[in-house]
Design a protein around this ligand. Structure first.
Ligand SMILES: [Zn+2]
Length: 366
Protein backbone atom coordinates (compact mmCIF):
# COMPACT_ATOMS: atom_id res chain seq x y z
CA UNK A 1 0.00 0.00 0.00
CA UNK A 2 1.44 3.38 -0.88
CA UNK A 3 0.61 6.67 0.79
CA UNK A 4 -2.25 7.35 -1.62
CA UNK A 5 -4.15 4.06 -1.26
CA UNK A 6 -6.02 4.89 1.91
CA UNK A 7 -9.36 3.70 3.25
CA UNK A 8 -12.35 5.60 1.79
CA UNK A 9 -13.00 9.05 3.19
CA UNK A 10 -16.14 9.18 5.30
CA UNK A 11 -15.96 12.54 7.06
CA UNK A 12 -17.22 14.63 4.15
CA UNK A 13 -13.88 16.29 3.39
CA UNK A 14 -13.77 15.07 -0.20
CA UNK A 15 -17.31 16.29 -0.87
CA UNK A 16 -16.33 19.93 -0.38
CA UNK A 17 -15.63 20.88 -3.98
CA UNK A 18 -16.29 24.61 -3.80
CA UNK A 19 -13.24 26.77 -3.13
CA UNK A 20 -14.12 30.24 -1.88
CA UNK A 21 -11.88 33.13 -2.97
CA UNK A 22 -11.32 35.58 -0.12
CA UNK A 23 -8.76 38.20 0.90
CA UNK A 24 -8.69 37.34 4.59
CA UNK A 25 -9.23 34.46 6.97
CA UNK A 26 -12.43 35.05 8.92
CA UNK A 27 -12.99 31.84 10.80
CA UNK A 28 -16.09 33.10 12.61
CA UNK A 29 -17.84 33.64 9.27
CA UNK A 30 -17.33 30.00 8.24
CA UNK A 31 -19.88 27.30 9.09
CA UNK A 32 -19.15 25.22 12.18
CA UNK A 33 -19.08 21.46 11.82
CA UNK A 34 -17.87 21.81 8.21
CA UNK A 35 -14.73 21.97 6.13
CA UNK A 36 -14.20 25.18 4.16
CA UNK A 37 -11.76 25.35 1.26
CA UNK A 38 -10.38 28.81 0.54
CA UNK A 39 -8.00 30.56 -1.81
CA UNK A 40 -6.71 33.52 0.21
CA UNK A 41 -5.28 36.35 -1.87
CA UNK A 42 -1.86 37.47 -0.64
CA UNK A 43 -0.39 39.75 -3.37
CA UNK A 44 -0.86 40.43 -7.09
CA UNK A 45 1.45 39.39 -9.91
CA UNK A 46 2.63 41.60 -12.79
CA UNK A 47 -0.66 41.44 -14.68
CA UNK A 48 -2.79 42.11 -11.64
CA UNK A 49 -3.80 38.50 -11.06
CA UNK A 50 -3.97 37.35 -7.44
CA UNK A 51 -1.30 35.10 -5.95
CA UNK A 52 -3.31 32.94 -3.58
CA UNK A 53 -2.59 30.46 -0.80
CA UNK A 54 -4.87 27.41 -0.56
CA UNK A 55 -6.24 27.07 2.95
CA UNK A 56 -8.60 24.54 4.53
CA UNK A 57 -10.47 25.41 7.69
CA UNK A 58 -11.89 22.50 9.67
CA UNK A 59 -14.28 24.15 12.08
CA UNK A 60 -15.50 21.94 14.89
CA UNK A 61 -18.97 21.95 16.37
CA UNK A 62 -17.55 23.07 19.70
CA UNK A 63 -15.72 26.32 20.37
CA UNK A 64 -12.05 26.05 21.16
CA UNK A 65 -8.54 27.04 20.09
CA UNK A 66 -7.20 27.47 16.57
CA UNK A 67 -4.43 25.12 15.53
CA UNK A 68 -2.50 26.33 12.50
CA UNK A 69 -0.55 23.96 10.27
CA UNK A 70 1.58 25.42 7.48
CA UNK A 71 3.36 23.51 4.71
CA UNK A 72 5.78 24.43 1.92
CA UNK A 73 6.80 27.86 3.19
CA UNK A 74 9.88 26.72 1.31
CA UNK A 75 8.36 25.82 -2.04
CA UNK A 76 10.28 22.57 -2.64
CA UNK A 77 9.62 21.11 0.83
CA UNK A 78 6.58 18.99 0.13
CA UNK A 79 6.12 16.23 2.74
CA UNK A 80 3.92 18.56 4.82
CA UNK A 81 1.28 18.67 2.08
CA UNK A 82 0.16 15.01 2.33
CA UNK A 83 0.47 15.34 6.11
CA UNK A 84 -2.26 17.99 5.92
CA UNK A 85 -4.35 15.91 3.49
CA UNK A 86 -4.28 12.88 5.79
CA UNK A 87 -4.93 14.95 8.88
CA UNK A 88 -8.05 16.47 7.30
CA UNK A 89 -9.30 13.22 5.77
CA UNK A 90 -9.42 11.55 9.20
CA UNK A 91 -10.85 14.42 11.20
CA UNK A 92 -14.23 14.04 12.87
CA UNK A 93 -15.79 17.51 12.96
CA UNK A 94 -18.56 16.35 15.29
CA UNK A 95 -16.05 15.84 18.07
CA UNK A 96 -13.48 18.50 17.08
CA UNK A 97 -13.19 21.33 19.60
CA UNK A 98 -12.03 24.57 17.96
CA UNK A 99 -10.64 24.88 14.43
CA UNK A 100 -7.73 23.52 12.47
CA UNK A 101 -6.48 25.89 9.78
CA UNK A 102 -4.13 24.41 7.20
CA UNK A 103 -2.16 26.61 4.78
CA UNK A 104 -1.30 23.91 2.27
CA UNK A 105 1.23 25.75 0.12
CA UNK A 106 2.43 28.73 2.12
CA UNK A 107 4.90 29.75 -0.61
CA UNK A 108 2.74 29.09 -3.64
CA UNK A 109 5.06 30.76 -6.21
CA UNK A 110 7.99 28.71 -4.87
CA UNK A 111 5.94 25.52 -5.00
CA UNK A 112 5.01 26.14 -8.64
CA UNK A 113 8.61 26.84 -9.61
CA UNK A 114 9.92 23.94 -7.44
CA UNK A 115 12.15 26.29 -5.51
CA UNK A 116 12.76 27.05 -1.86
CA UNK A 117 12.62 30.81 -2.34
CA UNK A 118 9.98 33.29 -3.41
CA UNK A 119 9.96 34.65 -6.99
CA UNK A 120 12.48 37.39 -6.15
CA UNK A 121 14.97 34.93 -4.64
CA UNK A 122 14.11 35.79 -1.01
CA UNK A 123 13.77 33.09 1.63
CA UNK A 124 10.37 33.82 3.22
CA UNK A 125 11.44 32.17 6.46
CA UNK A 126 14.24 34.71 6.85
CA UNK A 127 12.13 37.86 6.45
CA UNK A 128 9.12 37.25 8.72
CA UNK A 129 6.90 39.05 9.59
CA UNK A 130 7.62 41.03 6.42
CA UNK A 131 6.66 44.64 5.70
CA UNK A 132 3.37 46.16 4.55
CA UNK A 133 5.31 48.25 2.02
CA UNK A 134 8.41 46.75 0.51
CA UNK A 135 9.61 44.20 -2.01
CA UNK A 136 7.03 41.67 -3.16
CA UNK A 137 8.44 38.94 -0.89
CA UNK A 138 8.28 41.28 2.12
CA UNK A 139 4.66 42.22 1.37
CA UNK A 140 3.82 38.55 0.75
CA UNK A 141 5.36 37.60 4.13
CA UNK A 142 3.50 40.43 5.85
CA UNK A 143 0.14 39.50 4.34
CA UNK A 144 0.66 35.79 4.99
CA UNK A 145 1.02 36.60 8.69
CA UNK A 146 -1.59 39.37 8.75
CA UNK A 147 -4.27 37.51 6.79
CA UNK A 148 -3.66 33.94 7.93
CA UNK A 149 -1.18 32.93 10.61
CA UNK A 150 -1.83 35.69 13.16
CA UNK A 151 -5.22 34.05 13.77
CA UNK A 152 -3.58 30.86 15.07
CA UNK A 153 -3.30 30.00 18.78
CA UNK A 154 -0.73 27.29 18.02
CA UNK A 155 1.56 26.81 15.03
CA UNK A 156 3.04 23.66 13.51
CA UNK A 157 5.25 24.71 10.57
CA UNK A 158 6.14 21.76 8.31
CA UNK A 159 9.44 21.75 6.42
CA UNK A 160 12.03 19.32 5.00
CA UNK A 161 15.73 19.45 4.19
CA UNK A 162 16.87 21.81 1.44
CA UNK A 163 17.78 20.72 -2.08
CA UNK A 164 20.91 18.56 -2.14
CA UNK A 165 20.46 17.46 1.49
CA UNK A 166 18.53 14.91 3.53
CA UNK A 167 17.13 15.18 7.05
CA UNK A 168 15.92 13.00 9.85
CA UNK A 169 12.38 13.59 11.09
CA UNK A 170 13.22 16.25 13.64
CA UNK A 171 11.64 19.13 15.51
CA UNK A 172 13.07 22.53 16.38
CA UNK A 173 11.42 24.00 19.44
CA UNK A 174 12.07 26.24 22.40
CA UNK A 175 12.07 23.57 25.11
CA UNK A 176 12.05 26.22 27.82
CA UNK A 177 8.44 27.02 26.89
CA UNK A 178 6.20 24.47 28.55
CA UNK A 179 3.48 24.03 25.90
CA UNK A 180 5.94 24.30 23.02
CA UNK A 181 8.07 21.57 24.59
CA UNK A 182 5.01 19.37 25.06
CA UNK A 183 4.15 19.78 21.38
CA UNK A 184 7.69 18.77 20.41
CA UNK A 185 7.67 15.68 22.63
CA UNK A 186 4.19 14.63 21.51
CA UNK A 187 5.13 14.81 17.86
CA UNK A 188 7.62 12.08 18.74
CA UNK A 189 10.19 12.69 15.99
CA UNK A 190 13.60 11.00 15.83
CA UNK A 191 15.37 14.09 17.19
CA UNK A 192 14.33 17.27 19.01
CA UNK A 193 16.67 20.25 18.95
CA UNK A 194 16.27 22.87 21.66
CA UNK A 195 16.25 26.01 19.56
CA UNK A 196 14.79 29.29 20.81
CA UNK A 197 13.31 30.71 17.60
CA UNK A 198 15.56 33.07 15.74
CA UNK A 199 14.07 36.30 14.50
CA UNK A 200 12.54 36.53 11.05
CA UNK A 201 11.10 32.99 10.95
CA UNK A 202 7.40 32.14 10.94
CA UNK A 203 7.93 30.21 14.17
CA UNK A 204 9.70 33.21 15.70
CA UNK A 205 6.85 35.51 14.67
CA UNK A 206 4.31 33.21 16.34
CA UNK A 207 6.46 32.81 19.46
CA UNK A 208 6.90 36.59 19.66
CA UNK A 209 3.11 36.86 19.82
CA UNK A 210 3.07 34.34 22.67
CA UNK A 211 1.84 31.40 20.58
CA UNK A 212 3.37 27.95 21.16
CA UNK A 213 5.08 27.01 17.89
CA UNK A 214 7.27 24.21 16.57
CA UNK A 215 9.04 23.58 13.28
CA UNK A 216 8.88 20.00 12.02
CA UNK A 217 11.51 18.92 9.51
CA UNK A 218 10.05 15.92 7.68
CA UNK A 219 13.04 14.28 6.00
CA UNK A 220 13.83 15.08 2.35
CA UNK A 221 12.88 17.78 -0.19
CA UNK A 222 10.71 17.47 -3.31
CA UNK A 223 9.30 14.08 -2.29
CA UNK A 224 6.35 12.41 -0.62
CA UNK A 225 7.80 9.91 1.90
CA UNK A 226 5.26 7.51 3.34
CA UNK A 227 6.63 6.63 6.77
CA UNK A 228 7.65 10.08 8.01
CA UNK A 229 4.38 11.49 6.64
CA UNK A 230 2.35 8.91 8.59
CA UNK A 231 4.45 9.45 11.71
CA UNK A 232 3.96 13.23 11.54
CA UNK A 233 0.18 12.87 11.14
CA UNK A 234 0.06 10.67 14.26
CA UNK A 235 2.19 13.17 16.13
CA UNK A 236 -0.05 16.10 15.23
CA UNK A 237 -3.09 14.11 16.37
CA UNK A 238 -1.41 13.46 19.72
CA UNK A 239 -0.84 17.22 20.07
CA UNK A 240 -4.50 17.92 19.17
CA UNK A 241 -5.59 15.39 21.75
CA UNK A 242 -3.33 16.88 24.39
CA UNK A 243 -4.90 20.32 23.99
CA UNK A 244 -8.35 18.71 24.05
CA UNK A 245 -9.18 19.45 20.43
CA UNK A 246 -9.74 15.79 19.46
CA UNK A 247 -10.80 12.98 21.81
CA UNK A 248 -8.19 10.52 22.96
CA UNK A 249 -9.82 7.55 21.21
CA UNK A 250 -8.97 9.02 17.83
CA UNK A 251 -5.41 10.04 18.67
CA UNK A 252 -2.68 7.43 18.46
CA UNK A 253 -1.34 6.79 21.94
CA UNK A 254 1.28 4.39 20.65
CA UNK A 255 4.73 4.80 22.10
CA UNK A 256 6.09 2.06 19.85
CA UNK A 257 8.50 4.44 18.15
CA UNK A 258 11.85 5.01 19.80
CA UNK A 259 11.91 8.04 22.10
CA UNK A 260 13.41 11.13 20.46
CA UNK A 261 17.02 12.11 21.11
CA UNK A 262 17.08 15.54 22.74
CA UNK A 263 19.80 17.89 21.51
CA UNK A 264 20.89 20.99 23.35
CA UNK A 265 22.00 22.64 20.10
CA UNK A 266 23.01 21.88 16.54
CA UNK A 267 25.32 23.29 13.90
CA UNK A 268 26.66 22.53 10.45
CA UNK A 269 30.11 21.10 9.84
CA UNK A 270 31.34 23.06 6.82
CA UNK A 271 33.76 22.08 4.07
CA UNK A 272 37.22 23.58 4.52
CA UNK A 273 38.25 22.61 1.00
CA UNK A 274 36.47 22.28 -2.31
CA UNK A 275 35.91 18.76 -3.66
CA UNK A 276 33.67 15.70 -3.78
CA UNK A 277 32.12 15.08 -0.37
CA UNK A 278 31.04 11.83 1.24
CA UNK A 279 29.31 11.79 4.59
CA UNK A 280 29.96 8.79 6.87
CA UNK A 281 27.18 8.68 9.53
CA UNK A 282 23.71 7.62 8.45
CA UNK A 283 20.74 9.85 9.27
CA UNK A 284 20.01 9.85 13.04
CA UNK A 285 23.18 7.82 13.70
CA UNK A 286 25.20 8.75 16.77
CA UNK A 287 28.98 9.12 16.75
CA UNK A 288 31.78 9.91 19.18
CA UNK A 289 34.22 12.78 19.31
CA UNK A 290 37.08 11.97 16.92
CA UNK A 291 35.08 9.59 14.69
CA UNK A 292 35.47 10.08 10.94
CA UNK A 293 32.34 11.91 9.76
CA UNK A 294 33.19 12.93 6.18
CA UNK A 295 35.83 12.76 3.49
CA UNK A 296 36.51 14.93 0.50
CA UNK A 297 38.29 13.84 -2.66
CA UNK A 298 39.73 15.90 -5.49
CA UNK A 299 38.42 15.78 -9.05
CA UNK A 300 41.21 13.23 -9.68
CA UNK A 301 39.96 10.97 -6.87
CA UNK A 302 42.64 11.65 -4.26
CA UNK A 303 41.57 12.12 -0.64
CA UNK A 304 42.22 15.77 0.17
CA UNK A 305 40.49 16.18 3.51
CA UNK A 306 39.07 14.04 6.30
CA UNK A 307 36.65 15.48 8.84
CA UNK A 308 36.45 14.17 12.40
CA UNK A 309 33.65 14.81 14.88
CA UNK A 310 34.59 17.77 17.08
CA UNK A 311 32.38 16.31 19.85
CA UNK A 312 29.91 13.48 20.49
CA UNK A 313 26.96 13.99 18.18
CA UNK A 314 24.10 12.73 16.07
CA UNK A 315 23.53 13.21 12.33
CA UNK A 316 20.41 15.37 12.05
CA UNK A 317 20.94 15.81 8.32
CA UNK A 318 23.69 15.76 5.72
CA UNK A 319 24.52 16.63 2.15
CA UNK A 320 23.77 14.22 -0.68
CA UNK A 321 25.04 16.45 -3.46
CA UNK A 322 28.69 15.39 -3.63
CA UNK A 323 29.98 18.61 -5.18
CA UNK A 324 31.08 20.84 -2.32
CA UNK A 325 32.84 24.15 -2.61
CA UNK A 326 34.74 25.64 0.31
CA UNK A 327 32.14 26.42 2.99
CA UNK A 328 29.58 23.85 1.75
CA UNK A 329 27.36 22.30 4.42
CA UNK A 330 28.46 18.71 5.01
CA UNK A 331 26.81 17.43 8.18
CA UNK A 332 24.16 18.89 10.47
CA UNK A 333 25.53 17.87 13.85
CA UNK A 334 23.21 17.64 16.85
CA UNK A 335 24.74 17.74 20.32
CA UNK A 336 22.72 15.35 22.51
CA UNK A 337 21.82 16.42 26.04
CA UNK A 338 23.26 14.47 28.92
CA UNK A 339 20.97 12.83 31.50
CA UNK A 340 21.01 15.85 33.80
CA UNK A 341 20.06 18.33 31.04
CA UNK A 342 17.38 16.00 29.74
CA UNK A 343 15.84 15.70 33.19
CA UNK A 344 15.88 19.49 33.55
CA UNK A 345 13.99 19.99 30.29
CA UNK A 346 11.57 17.15 31.01
CA UNK A 347 10.71 18.87 34.27
CA UNK A 348 9.90 22.16 32.49
CA UNK A 349 7.46 20.45 30.14
CA UNK A 350 6.03 17.91 32.58
CA UNK A 351 6.80 15.34 29.89
CA UNK A 352 8.80 12.18 29.99
CA UNK A 353 10.35 10.70 26.89
CA UNK A 354 10.10 7.11 28.07
CA UNK A 355 6.60 6.68 26.65
CA UNK A 356 4.51 8.27 29.40
CA UNK A 357 3.98 11.55 27.71
CA UNK A 358 2.96 14.81 29.28
CA UNK A 359 1.09 13.57 32.31
CA UNK A 360 -0.39 16.88 33.35
CA UNK A 361 -2.52 17.51 36.42
CA UNK A 362 -6.24 17.72 35.62
CA UNK A 363 -7.33 21.18 34.63
CA UNK A 364 -3.94 22.17 33.29
CA UNK A 365 -4.86 21.43 29.70
CA UNK A 366 -5.74 24.53 27.74
ZN1 LIG B 1 12.28 24.76 5.14
Amino acid sequence: MNEFSEPPVTNGYENVKHVKRVDNLEIESLPSGEFSRLFIEIVENGIGRPIQVPVVVARGKKDGPIMGVTAALHGNELNGIPVIHKLLQRLNLKTLRGSIVCAIGANMPGLLTERREFTDGQDLNHIMPGKPNGKISQVYAYNLVDRITQHFDYLIDLHTASEGRVNSLYVRADLKQETTAQMAYLLRPQIIVHNPPSDYTLRGTAAEAGKPAITVEICDPQKFQRDPIARTVKGIRRILNHIDMVPSKSASQSSATKPPILCRKSYWVLAERGGMMRCVPKIAERFKKGDLIATQVSIFGDTIKEYFAPEDGIAIGHCVNPIGQTGARILHLGVPMDERERAKFEKISGCSLDGTLCELPTGKKS
